[in-house]
Design a protein around this ligand. Sequence first.
Ligand code: SIN
Ligand code: CO
Length: 357
Amino acid sequence: MLKLNLAEFTLDHFMQHYWQQKPVVIRQGFKQFQDLISPEDLAGLACEEEVYSGLVYKKRGKWQAETGPFESYDHLGKTGWSLIVQAVNHWSPEVAELVKPFAFIPKWRLDDVMISYSTPKGGVGPHIDLYDVFICQGSGRRQWRVGARGEHRQCAAHAALLHVDPFEAIIDVELLPGDILYIPPGFPHDGVSLETSMSFSVGFRGKSACDMLSGLADHVIDKELGSTLFSDPGRPIHKNQGQINASDFALIKAQLQSILDDDTLVADFAGSFLSKTKCALDLQPLDDTMDEADLLNTLKTQPLVRTGGLRCFYVDATVGEGACYVDGERHAFGLKAQAAAIALCDHDTVSHAQLRT
Ligand code: SIN
Ligand code: CO
């Protein structure tokens, strides 16, 4: 199992002083780190319809970006290009292992593991991300520059590549295999491969209030909730016809607030919304010859192993009813199943004993 090696500070110190605040290089964060997938297997994944991938390179000095699936890589030379594959943890159990050392951050904040294979001088160009990322250097060396947060002008170097203007580096390092570069959202950065290299990026994402409110609105509509009409019996005579006065404004806010004050509603929304995967999952067809008794018997000899990238959460407000949220769906297993629902969400591998309640 991969273990995070923090030589210069404790995890507590990292969370208090770096997480979401400033970038840092963790030298030899993974000792004796080896690529978790071969370049051939990565290139093979990028040929699959369900896998989101991209190629970035320069042609006559101009940035180019192509999206997968790819049929061939023959048009690329020996240098100056990168292959990026998203959510590789959904398809490779070995790559999914890279999520485990970051268990000090809850899974609902996790996005995915993105892998890039870069030839010498390859990279995606200087840019800003909206997420926290731990870039774990696999084989080969890569030069990384990171600038300070601030007002950086961004422009599209290509329709699919939002770049940032040149920036002054606050970090300028050569990453070696096993080194980790942590970058919070908003810090411009640029990684250029010094030789053929692999980078494994564990990304964490926060939703904006706009994302959350639009998701909440969809949830309320889907579940036919929030249909109580605005009501104002006993209203006093109104003076200024054009005015939404302070007491009306307070009633409008209270109407909206009543949705947010409903903990069950918000828990069902947050659990479903945040457990939805962005990318496809490696799901097997259900074996419908297996009934409940067969399943329980099988579990006695082999544990239930969660497929990479499947998101399973519970919220204190509803877990008392044995409710949990799996890939966008609420499942209510009943009061007696509370411990089982928790085990299912907290662990990637669950035994018969953990599920028996
Ligand atoms: C890369 O690995 O090529 C890009 C990673 C990043 O800059 O976020
Ligand atoms: Co980036």
